[in-house]
Structure formats: structure tokens, C-alpha cells
Design a protein around this ligand. Structure first.
Ligand code: FEO
Length: 393
């Protein structure tokens, strides 16, 4: 598929992918592994595909141009969804140089144990392609791995941004202006929330650094999802907004429940919040029944989260512990939180939730709410009042 002039997309659309990073990321709409072929004086392959599609990828390249026509490989990122095609490809063209960062060399060697002809590059290094065109390399350290890098093609003004600005979104259309805009936005924000949140302070700095290079950008071609050709700067602006402790006017209530008591608490707390401030968008999720990554996206959008768990084994439910582990790792900033839960006799869950939420960087608005046994009329009134307090906070 032609991207622009002599740049073609030669990747793989993976319609059936439903879990990514092992089981850590749900991909309801599949994904793509974008690889690009730049055919100028030199022929350059930018990134490959995930290993299960390596043979198909290499066979297609062989049919298309003949593998020995590839002069240079650029490995913008060593994670296996982009480098997984290298071992199969390098079996056929073992002498071909691979341009990547110093950390990319370590990472590729660590994963594939091969001494390929690595050519480490730094920000600002250039590769002459002939025909008056060059590739300029830009290190993207920790966005989102130490080796991450972007490559910029002069004259065509294409930024091959790798993971940055991507989405796990399969489409045969492949350009941002051709796909459903609501689906695209949903996949972009989910991707940022679940992958890039911990690196938000770096995102702002890196975008400023890239913009200071004064490179005109006509197209942003990421390594997942659609290519940004219509107003590509829109996704850069979204990243800047998301990197600045993004919050919508939203409260998200996450809860798990054993015999419905904590669910009843959640619903009545929501009622109290709504009565206090009807403009707040209050959303409820049963943690054990909902997709983890979709919940994380809602946390990302929230000003405040409430986490509820009944007490079990002097602690919290395993589903609650699981999502809180993920939330802690994402290092959200500038968000408030509170805890709640039912108990029968000892009732440790709320104190445990408070400790985890504080450790995870949330500002607790109070010490939480506990209800003994299943909520009765008085307990329900306390939940509604608690919701009112949350709404005011
Ligand atoms: Fe799409 Fe970090 O790999």
C-alpha cells in the first residue's frame, strides 16, 4: 500500500489479536504491525512484524522487491512486535546493516543472540538515501522502552514514530481520515492510558525536542494502527494534553462484590455523588467482570476514583488487588481517591485499600466507608451521604 511517493506500507493487519503484551493489554479491535519500505537510491526497510507473521512478511517482501534489494534495515524499536521478523529476514540477508540506538543493539542481541551488522545511531544522525533524501534519527528513550527511536524522512516529511501516536486498531483503510473517528480516539486514549501514562513527564519534553528540530511533518506513520495523514499534528496535541495530568469531569467507581453488599454500596455512593453534582460523569465498573484495560482508561480520564472491596481473608479480593497492582505501576498523578467495602466481622479491606491508593500516588479525600453485613436502610443513607462528600470534594 502506497503511503506517499516511494514509501510503501508492507506490514501486517492482525484482525484476530485480542490480547497483547502476553495477556496484559486487551485489543478488542485487533492491531497492525506497520513496516515501511522506502525505495530511493537506497532501499530501506523500517521495522518488521511480530514473529507469528515473520515468514509471510518475508515471503511478501521477496515477491515484491527481492530481499537482496534491501540495503538497510532501520529498527526503531526492539520489542518483538516490531523486531520479530528480523531473525527470519536476516537468515536470507545476514550482511544487511541494521540501524538502531545503542540500547537497541543491547535489546536485539539480548533477544535474538545474533551478531548482526548493527549501526548504532543518536539523535540528529543522518542516513543518505540518494535522490536528495535522508533519514534523520531521533532517540525516543523510555517512550516507551530504553531503545525506542523515531526516524524522519526528509523531502517527504514523514515521521516514522514507532509506538508513539499508535493505536491497537485493525483496519484495511490504514489512514486516519478514512476510519471511524470515535473508534480511533477510543483506541488512542486507551493506548496512551495503559502504556504511556508512567512516561508522561518525558512525553512533553520529547515532543518539545522533536518540534524544536523544525522538521515539517506531513505524515506521522506509527508502528501500530492507522497512519496520520490528515492533520497529523492533532495526535501530537492530544498527547500533550494527555501528558499534562489529564482529567475529565469524571468519577469512576471500581468495586468487587461477593454477596452484593459492596455493589449496593457502590450504587448508593454514585447516587449521592449525582445528587451533589449532577455534572459529574459517574461510571461504575465491577472489576471482576470488566476488561482491566478499559477500566484503566476510565481511571485515566477521572478526577477521582473510588475503590470498593469486601473483606476476604483479612484483605481485599484478588480481582481488586490485580487492578490496583496495575494502577500503582502506571503512576497516575493529580488524582483523588477514596475506599469503601462491606465486611462481616474483621473488616480490614478499607484500611488496606487506603494504604495501596496512597502508595500509588492518589490523594485520599477521607478514611473511607465500611458497612457491616449487607447494607440496611441506615447504611444506605451513610453511602448516599458519603457520595455527597465525594461530590463536594
Ligand atoms: Fe509496539 Fe513497544 O512495541
Amino acid at each position: 500500500m502506497n503511503v506517499k511517493n516511494n514509501v510503501e506500507w508492507v506490514g501486517k493487519v492482525d484482525w484476530e489479536l485480542r490480547k497483547f503484551h502476553g495477556n496484559e493489554y486487551s485489543t478488542h479491535r485487533g492491531s497492525t504491525y506497520n513496516s515501511y519500505l522506502v525505495s530511493e537510491g537506497k532501499t530501506v526497510l523500517i521495522d518488521t512484524v511480530w514473529k507469528p507473521y515473520a515468514r509471510e512478511f518475508v515471503e511478501n517482501l521477496e515477491k515484491k522487491i527481492g530481499l537482496d534489494k534491501i540495503d538497510v534495515i532501520v529498527a526503531n524499536h526492539a520489542e518483538p512486535d516490531h523486531s520479530g521478523g528480523l531473525p527470519e529476514l536476516m537468515r536470507h540477508i545476514p550482511e544487511t546493516p541494521i540501524y538502531c540506538t545503542e540500547n537497541g543493539v543491547k535489546s536485539l542481541k539480548g533477544q535474538y543472540h545474533q551478531d548482526w551488522d548493527f549501526r548504532p545511531v543518536k539523535t540528529g544522525d543522518r542516513l543518505d538515501l540518494g535522490n536528495g533524501k535522508e533519514i534523520i534519527f531521533v532517540e525516543m528513550k523510555m517512550l516507551h522502552w530504553p531503545d525506542s527511536m523515531a526516524s524522519y524522512l526528509t523531502k517527504d516529511d514523514i515521521l516514522f514514530s514507532n509506538d508513539a501516536f499508535g493505536q491497537h486498531y485493525a483496519s484495511e483503510f490504514m489512514f486516519n481520515d478514512l476510519v471511524d473517528q470515535a473508534e480511533l480516539t477510543a483506541e488512542c486514549i486507551k493506548y496512551y492510558a495503559n502504556i504511556l501514562t508512567p512516561f508522561s513527564p518525558l512525553v512533553e519534553k520529547k515532543i518539545a525536542e522533536v518540534l524544536s528540530l523544525n522538521l515539517p511533518i506531513d505524515i506521522i506513520a506509527p508502528s501500530h494502527g492507522v497512519i496520520w495523514r490528515e492533520n497529523p499534528i492533532q495526535i501530537v496535541e492530544k498527547y500533550l494534553a494527555w501528558a499534562r495530568d489529564y482529567r475529565e469531569n469524571q468519577v469512576t467507581i471500581l468495586y468487587d462484590t461477593m454477596w452484593d453488599g459492596t455493589r449496593i454500596m457502590a450504587e448508593n455512593i454514585a447516587l449521592g455523588i449525582g445528587r451533589e453534582d449532577a455534572t459529574l460523569n459517574v461510571k461504575l465498573f465491577n472489576i471482576a467482570k470488566s476488561d482491566r484495560n478499559d477500566i484503566i482508561t476510565e481511571v485515566f480520564k477521572s478526577r477521582l476514583i473510588l475503590v470498593g472491596s469486601p473483606t476476604i481473608g483479612k484483605g481485599i479480593t484478588s480481582a481488586t488487588a490485580g487492578i490496583l497492582e496495575e494502577i500503582e505501576g502506571l503512576r497516575f498523578r493529580n488524582k483523588k481517591a477514596a475506599a469503601f467495602g462491606c465486611y462481616g466481622w474483621s473488616g480490614e479491606a478499607v484500611a488496606k485499600l487506603n494504604a495501596i491508593l496512597e502508595k500509588s500516588g492518589f490523594q485520599l479525600v477521607n478514611q473511607g466507608l465500611k458497612c457491616l453485613w449487607n447494607p440496611d436502610g441506615e447504611s444506605i443513607r451513610r453511602c448516599i451521604a458519603f457520595g455527597g462528600e465525594i461530590g463536594r470534594s
